[in-house]
Design a protein around this ligand. Sequence first.
Ligand SMILES: C[S@@+](CC[C@H](N)C(=O)[O-])C[C@H]1O[C@@H](n2cnc3c(N)ncnc32)[C@H](O)[C@@H]1O
Length: 181
Amino acid sequence: MVTLLLPDLHLRLETDRGVFSPDRIDAGTRVLLESVPPPPAEGDLLDLGCGYGPIALTMASRAPGATVWAVDVNRRSVELCERNAKAAGLDKVRSAHVDEVPDDVRFRAIWSNPAIRIGKQALHEMLTRWLDRLTPDGVAYLVVQKHLGSDSLQNWLNDQGWPTTRAASRSAYRILKVEAR
Ligand SMILES: C[S@@+](CC[C@H](N)C(=O)[O-])C[C@H]1O[C@@H](n2cnc3c(N)ncnc32)[C@H](O)[C@@H]1O
């Protein structure tokens, strides 16, 4: 179990070996959750690469009227996120494998601590797949470590047509704000 303690939220989350950051809330995830503006109150929102769910559960708690899709390629992560949402009473979290989200769902916000270590090509494919599902006024917030290439990712996103700016910067982390293209 780990504790997610934010100014507006206090949750205990079940984790497991083999999922991302099982012993503590990741520092980048914390920077993201302490930096981003509140999510849209309604509509569909996305946590891309949910792990055991700290981002999805924070979105759902800050936007209780919204449906929060929590997706991952790792089945154990999806299962843990689902259990953690249920335990927290956040019944508008939809935990799903990436291939299980209906094609017609569009997201008003995406928050993600993306899996940078999967490699540049896989990262670019993953981001393209999901950023093109933002609504026209939708915004994504990504947390990326500077030494893992936040500046080059920002440049790539801009080059691909998603207007991207640095929304916040704290210690080694950058929060990229990405608008729909
Ligand atoms: C840096 S971790 C963040 C986990 C969680 N959001 C957190 O903040 O603790 C990235 C997550 O992305 C997942 N992932 C890897 N490749 C993915 C892909 N192609 N699509 C979606 N998620 C992916 C990993 O399994 C991992 O859970």
